[in-house]
Design a protein. Sequence first.
Length: 131
Amino acid sequence: MFTLEQIKEAHSKVKTGADFPSYIQDLKKLGVKYYETFVSDGHSVYFGTEGEKVVSPPMYKTLDIAGTSNEDQFKIELTTHQQGKSDYPTFCNDAAKAGIEKWVVLVDKMTCTYYDKSGNEILEETITEHT
């Protein structure tokens, strides 16, 4: 069983989007099966391989999520973040402006899928190590 403290410790190593793949590997070692992160306030819900569930508190003031998604703009912001050129708060703000409500990371499959407010899949990515 993993704890919120263990997740926070793993997350503390993430400085930019380039650190994300290592973070996912750390979560896998803890027994996290998948998690959902909500852009509106940054809270996440982590689900374990044995049915456990841990909810993190909000990370920042509530952001307004655009009612219409802008996939092209989001892809630009995501690439910028993954290259280490933006920090996490900036990325979340950009995601909100692009209409992204949440993302779901499937740890075993190493995928991250972004959704809009209507639950439509906007983008699915395979999480890979950046070299």
